[in-house]
Design a protein around this ligand. Structure first.
Ligand SMILES: [Zn+2]
Length: 197
């Protein structure tokens, strides 16, 4: 983030927390310098979370950085509550496109805007708040290239795939049950183990 943005965040801390040491020499500058090394939006989120925990005392810089890492991690570890058939819960779709003129095949990644995992993976280098780190790279969403029908086709393909997977699990369980019935009381056949000798 820029210095002005860092100052804005420190001002936020100053007005939110009753107890602060920002009037002591060097403290204000120390915070500005430390926060400026991070991304503005994410640090703002971290500060919100820290204030929610304790709105009286200004958290030490180390605590803010810890919060920053935690909020970043929770983005990385985003999970889908419900199965997302568009991307098969991966958050992205890999597509291949054959160029009609050169015949070359290009592979590219599209993120899935239909689920939390996908939205956590949206990357747009052009919108990074820190101007110095802006880049022309970005991952476009699936529906930028696919119409509703295309997205629906992806959904159907993955639902079929998912059905096959659960069918395989069901068959394996059934097999285990049949084995179990003919086993003496108390015995169980361990299908997953491998012989180690
Ligand atoms: Zn998805």
């Amino acid at each position: 983030m820029t210095r002005t943005q860092a100052e804005k965040l420190v001002e936020r801390l100053k007005s939110a927390c009753i107890f602060n040491r920002f009037d002591e020499p060097g403290v204000y500058m120390e915070y500005v310098r430390a926060l400026a090394r991070y991304d503005y939006d994410r640090m703002e989120e971290a500060i919100d979370a820290a204030i929610e925990d304790d709105s009286r005392n200004v958290p030490p810089i180390s605590a803010l950085i810890k919060k920053y890492r935690e909020t970043t991690e929770s983005r990385v570890n985003a999970k889908n509550e419900e199965y997302c058939a568009v991307c098969d819960d991966k958050g992205f779709v890999l597509m291949k496109e054959k160029q009609s003129d050169t015949g070359l095949i290009y592979e590219f990644v599209l993120y899935c805007p239909f689920c939390p995992v996908g939205r956590a993976q949206a990357y747009d280098g052009r919108n990074i708040s820190d101007k110095g780190h802006r880049s022309p790279y970005y991952v476009p969403p699936v529906n930028k290239y696919f119409s509703d029908e295309g997205v629906q086709a992806l959904r159907e393909t993955n639902l079929k795939r998912q059905a096959k997977r659960s069918e395989a699990v069901r068959l394996a369980k059934k097999k285990l049950q049949t084995v179990g019935k003919s086993m003496p009381e108390g015995w169980q056949y361990d299908m997953d183990s491998e012989l180690s000798f």
